[in-house]
Design a protein around this ligand. Structure first.
Ligand code: AMP
Length: 388
């Protein structure tokens, strides 16, 4: 019987716990919030990231520690390695915490990125705009997520407001990518070096937050091969252990690296019902050095995120092909409180089921782009699925 320690007690930790129960695993979760949603189903150590007394006690009670949250201070992760096994390693965590370092690494492994520059002063911002051009996106180097800590600069007039909003922290300016679509590759590497990847996932964001994912994404073989090669190179370079996500922009058939998440990822939630072995179970297998499970898709999956508050569950529960997930969190604007995954054997069935859910919930805007990608026009549009 192994006990897995998880730093962070959000929905990702909760889904790791749910995946680990059939494997006979026990869990211990660390979070500063007494109402962390994973604590509803696993014991909690209530502590913050600098409470080394409580963290030492936590380390003694677990066989291996891992993360549901990438912004655990890297120093805490390094310190923890003296007391227990920590996966992924603190270096991988530290690199993913800084967008500038992360993008430099992408380039080192041959993954192209948008043009970018460090911005540490108002003068740097002007210089970066002169080099990179507009439109561009100004982002905090650290602690940004779900579109927070970002501003799009469309004209020089936007620079002052963006600087006033973000300028107190180290920043990065990135060229705005007029992407054709956003995709991610979820991959997993085990303690013994075994590597597997899920099929490419297409993602749609609203206000910087993931709204919907479709997997396997309609794609060319060359795009998937390129995404997989980059994910593998990244995992090997970082000596990465566990599940991770590599988020990419597809710009007219060329992939650009946006960011990596050193953990299970929202764009991989579809794997719970839509793949033979989920990203959560594979993460646990990886950190324990067990054989990895099959990452192949069972059919088509679409995941819809519930942001802010849950819609009426019955519209999803009525559907034979749909699966409902309520994270047990209090509603709050911008907060991920649940998701649904629809699994279908054909694009036609998926289309019908999603359209019904969208209508029943008044969420036509959320499902519309996915519907369009499922059954693209015969003439023009992107290559996509055909009805089975
Ligand atoms: P991020 O936190 O970097 O993943 O950004 C959140 C979302 O903002 C992305 O998924 C994109 O939809 C959008 N975004 C971020 N960076 C860029 C960029 N350089 N060009 C265009 N869109 C971007």
């Amino acid at each position: 019987m192994h006990t897995i320690g998880i730093l962070g007690g959000g929905q990702l930790a909760r889904m790791l716990v749910l995946a680990g129960a059939p494997l006979g695993l026990r869990f211990l979760v660390v979070d500063s919030a007494a109402d962390a949603c994973a604590a509803q189903i696993a014991p909690l150590v209530q502590a913050d990231w600098r409470d080394f007394g409580k963290l030492a006690d936590f380390a003694q009670r677990v066989d291996v520690a891992t993360f549901d949250f990438e912004n655990v201070p890297a120093q805490t992760a390094v310190w923890l390695t003296q007391l227990t096994s920590v996966f992924p390693n603190p270096r991988a965590l530290a690199i993913s915490q800084d967008r500038l370092v992360e993008k430099a690494l992408f380039r080192e492994i041959g993954l192209a990125t948008a043009a970018f520059a460090a911005v540490d002063s108002r003068a740097d911002l002007d210089a970066a705009i002169a080099t990179i051009g507009l439109p561009a996106v100004l982002k905090t180097r650290r602690l940004g997520y779900d579109g927070k800590g970002q501003a799009v600069l469309r004209s020089h007039a936007d620079a002052d407001a963006a600087w006033d909003a973000l300028g107190s922290a180290p920043l990065i300016l990135e060229a705005f990518v007029p992407f054709t679509r956003e995709v991610s590759i979820i991959a997993v590497r085990s303690r013994n070096g075994e590597f597997r990847h899920y099929p490419l996932t297409r993602n749609w964001h609203a206000s910087g937050i993931l709204a919907a994912s479709l997997a396997p994404a309609p794609q060319t073989e060359q795009i998937e091969a390129s995404a997989v090669a980059h994910a593998r190179a990244l995992a090997e370079r970082l000596d990465y252990v566990g599940t991770f996500a590599l988020e990419l922009f597809d710009h007219d058939g060329h992939l650009l690296g946006n960011e990596m998440a050193p953990r299970v990822h929202n764009s991989g939630h579809w794997t719970i019902e839509g793949a033979h072995c989920s990203q959560f179970e594979n993460h646990l297998r990886a950190v324990l050095g067990l054989p990895l499970g099959d990452t192949a898709a069972r059919g088509l999956s679409v995941m819809l995120n519930w942001i802010g508050e849950l819609p009426a569950a019955n519209a999803v529960l009525r559907e034979v092909d749909a699966h409902w997930h309520d994270y047990g969190k209090e509603p709050r604007p911008g907060r991920k409180v649940g998701h649904a995954t629809v699994c279908a054997g054909s694009a036609t069935n998926m289309h019908e089921c999603l359209a019904r859910i969208g209508r029943a919930l008044g969420r036509e805007a959320q499902v519309e782009p996915v519907l369009a990608a499922l059954l693209p026009p015969i003439q023009g549009g992107e290559p996509g699925f055909r009805a089975a």
